[in-house]
Design a protein around this ligand. Structure first.
Ligand code: CA
Length: 365
């Protein structure tokens, strides 16, 4: 027998054997109407902090639910409830913790009032990019700490998307030096807001629906949001034409978080499907943000002026961030532990990033 014939006949033989095995398996299960038993049907209620089908984030979670249904052969149904339908946007954490709903999709930094360490899992000003944050979570110990700290609230978190680098925000007046920040009222949440507070800014939190009017009426002088794709839908350019490059949210992490008792009761298969679908969603969201931001940047109104913050402000920002991190570490041992893990990864990652990505981007120009 020639080698090729041998390979062909062996392959065919293997196929025939597989078919026979399938046939036998079918016969053995002929009295059972379920061909591939994957466990009984499970339906979960998941509430979000976004309006229904909100671009990129809302459509991302819609697709996550669809994928869980498909991958489970219809045995895992996740019903999505947009903000304020079952639960107000910023009460999804408490509602899931108390098992009023099974899961939520939101942004991690909203919960820093529960535990200041959570702001680190949501992303760091002047810190890691989305890809680097995910690497810290999966390989550098971030996930283990996040899950340990969420377990105290009976919650089990998964990364549920990431925004990529966000823009620095829309300003009514140009920021020419650090002194221009004095007394400025800006909508900016999280650690970024804490940092700007040290530089004389009055950081405020306003719901998304009120941002444009507040900016137009001068109730606030500036607002950050996300990036060109989502910002351009808000019309900020009409009230505040100076659009600054980012520093405060280089890789913000969103979450799909489950009530832990409910999560632990899911089958291994359903847990694996949810985990895989969340990873797929995270990759898709990052790619969609990149593509749509790039496109929306080309289509910004002609009055928009793209600016970079002045050097004296960025230098002061770096000093202020160190102060904020030091102060938070003194107040909370959880914050200190999360920061130590985060900084250990930064120390490991930075030399390689310098000679690989950063070096290459400089060469590419
Ligand atoms: Ca933002």
């Amino acid at each position: 027998m020639k080698r090729r014939d041998f390979l062909t006949s062996t392959a065919l033989g293997a196929t025939a054997m597989t078919l026979n095995a399938c046939h036998r398996a079918e016969e053995e299960h002929s009295d059972n109407s379920t061909q591939v038993p994957r466990g009984k049907k499970v339906t979960l209620k998941l509430a979000t902090s976004w309006p229904a089908h909100f671009p990129i984030m809302g459509t991302g979670i819609d697709n996550f639910a669809k994928r869980c249904f498909e991958l489970s052969g219809g045995t895992l149904e996740i019903k999505i409830f947009p903000k304020n339908i079952l639960v107000p946007a910023l009460q999804v954490f408490d509602a899931t913790s108390a098992a009023q709903i099974d899961a939520f999709h939101s942004g991690v930094y909203y919960w820093k009032g529960k535990n200041s360490a959570f702001s680190i899992f949501g992303g760091m000003p002047l810190g890691l990019t989305s890809e680097e944050m995910i690497t810290w979570m999966k390989f550098g110990g971030g996930y283990a700490l996040w899950r340990e700290m969420y377990a105290k609230f009976n919650l089990y978190p998964l990364i549920g998307g990431t925004t990529g680098p966000q823009m620095g925000g829309w300003f009514k007046k140009e920021i020419k030096s650090l002194s221009d920040l004095q007394g400025l009222k800006m909508r900016i949440p999280g650690l970024g807001g804490e940092v700007l507070k040290k530089l004389g800014v009055n950081p405020v939190l306003l719901p998304a629906g009120e941002l444009y009017t507040a900016l137009e009426r001068g109730t606030i002088d500036a607002t950050e949001w996300v990036g060109p794709a989502l910002d351009s839908m808000m019309g900020f350019s009409k009230a505040a034409p100076f659009y600054y490059t980012g520093w405060h949210e280089p890789g913000s992490i969103l979450e799909i978080t489950f009530n832990k008792t409910k999560w632990d009761k899911l089958s291994d298969t359903h847990q694996a499907i949810i985990t895989a679908a969340s990873e797929e969603m995270t990759a898709n969201m990052l790619q969609e943000f990149r593509y749509k931001n790039a496109k929306a940047l080309q289509e910004l109104p002609s009055n928009v002026q793209i600016k970079t913050f002045p050097k004296d402000m960025m230098d002061a920002t770096k000093v202020a961030l160190k102060e904020v991190l030091f102060e938070e570490s003194k107040k909370s041992s959880d914050f200190k532990r999360a920061l130590e893990s985060y900084e250990a990864f930064v120390k490991l990652n930075q030399p390689f990033d310098d000679i690989s990505t950063k070096n290459f981007l400089n060469i590419r120009g």
